[in-house]
Ligand binder design. Structure first.
Ligand code: NAD
Ligand code: UDP
Length: 312
């Protein structure tokens, strides 16, 4: 039985990861300060004998004995990471240092959940891992983008200088059950709006693109990445390369929910990337992994979740 720490374990991705690790018979310690995470996401996990919860802020150092660390703690939606931008930078950077210091001391393997945002508003499409990105260092998204970029730097330097056993994945837009209904991300916003027959808010003209990955595909890749040989550290892209415009997403959600909602257009926030799509050749090659859930299939599961949660 492996002892595994999941920071940010009460969040959207973290709660699915904890659940999968418990189902595989591991001893799981979930650490969270509940900034964006919810007890509701993990309440069912207390049925497992080997699940533990520690309320702790990762910007402060911590000592635990584990074999593996998945470092997820960080708000991920623009609304939440911009709410307290300084805390977001601290969470990314001090959270990375604290996870790496612990991994160094106890010789644990540590996986960093980086992001497609390290590519910024990309000039190369689809994005490959060797692309260094096109990121505004002083804009409203910078606290997240640069925080995550610096965290990657720290992971690489702890690896080079202290031989810490690291893995880095760059996650592209992921959706599914347990997204927070007020989280502000596009999939949850559109579904909640459509189910309530409220206006669907498109920022800009809706021509910007994203590639949406269903949560189960991501969790599969995370576990496979953690189990790769020590000399394979990444970074690797993990996402679904099927690309959609935001307008098409809105139309799809209206169709699948049979909604009476109208589409309305609002100003595009600054630095909003115009395109985003992962090149997943590396993940295919090293993880023998391919996303399997089609957008429509994943949206239907997410719609069912929000119908039940919001009693709609
Ligand atoms: P989320 O907001 O649902 O989860 C983040 C969790 O971290 C929450 O439970 C929150 O309470 C916790 N947290 C935040 N600051 C903390 C702190 N200082 N100390 C302890 N806990 C803290 O977001 P998510 O979508 O589950 O994202 C998880 C990770 O995956 C994040 O690091 C995010 O950057 C990364 N990621 C997510 C996506 C995506 O599409 N969801 C894409 C790229 C990268
Ligand atoms: N978006 C939108 N309406 C919304 C929420 C988001 O049009 O109600 C757009 C947003 O401007 C961006 C895309 O959808 O172009 C994805 O936004 P999200 O916040 O989900 O993720 P990110 O921008 O970080 O990829």
């Amino acid at each position: 039985m492996k002892k595994i720490l999941v920071t940010g374990g009460a969040g959207f991705i973290g709660s699915h990861l904890c659940e999968r690790l418990l189902k595989e018979g591991n001893d799981v310690l979930c650490m969270d300060n509940f900034f964006t995470g919810q007890k509701q996401n993990i309440i069912h996990l207390f049925d497992y004998k080997y699940f533990e919860l520690l309320r702790h802020d990762v910007t402060t150092s911590y000592q635990v004995e584990v074999d593996e660390i998945y470092n997820l703690a960080c708000p991920a939606s623009p609304i939440h990471y911009q709410f307290d931008a300084i805390q977001t930078v601290k969470t990314s950077i001090m959270g990375a240092i604290n996870a790496l210091e612990l991994a160094k001391r106890i010789k644990a393997r540590v996986l960093q959940t980086s992001t497609s945002e390290v590519y910024g508003d990309p000039e190369i499409h689809p994005q490959i891992e060797s692309y260094w990105g096109h990121v505004n260092p002083i804009g409203i998204r910078s606290c997240y983008d640069e925080g995550k970029r610096c965290a990657e730097t720290l992971f690489m330097d702890y690896h080079r200088m202290n031989n810490v056993d690291i893995k880095i994945i760059r996650i592209f837009n992921t959706y599914g059950p347990r997204m927070h209904p007020n989280d502000g991300r596009v999939v949850s916003n559109f579904i909640v709006q459509a189910l309530q027959n409220k206006d669907i808010t498109i920022y800009g003209d809706g021509s910007q693109t994203r590639s949406f990955q269903y949560i189960d595909d991501l969790i599969e890749a995370m576990i496979k990445m953690m189990d790769t040989p020590k000399d394979f550290i990444g970074p690797i892209n993990v996402g679904n390369p099927e690309e959609f415009t935001i307008l098409n997403l809105a139309k799809k959600v209206i169709e699948l929910t049979d909604s009476k909602s109208k589409i309305i257009y609002q100003p595009l926030p600054s630095d909003d990337p115009t395109v985003r799509c992962p090149d997943i050749s590396l993940a295919k090659q090293h993880l023998q992994w391919n996303p399997t859930v089609k957008l429509e299939q994943g949206l239907l599961k997410t719609i069912d979740y929000f119908k039940e949660t919001l009693k709609l």
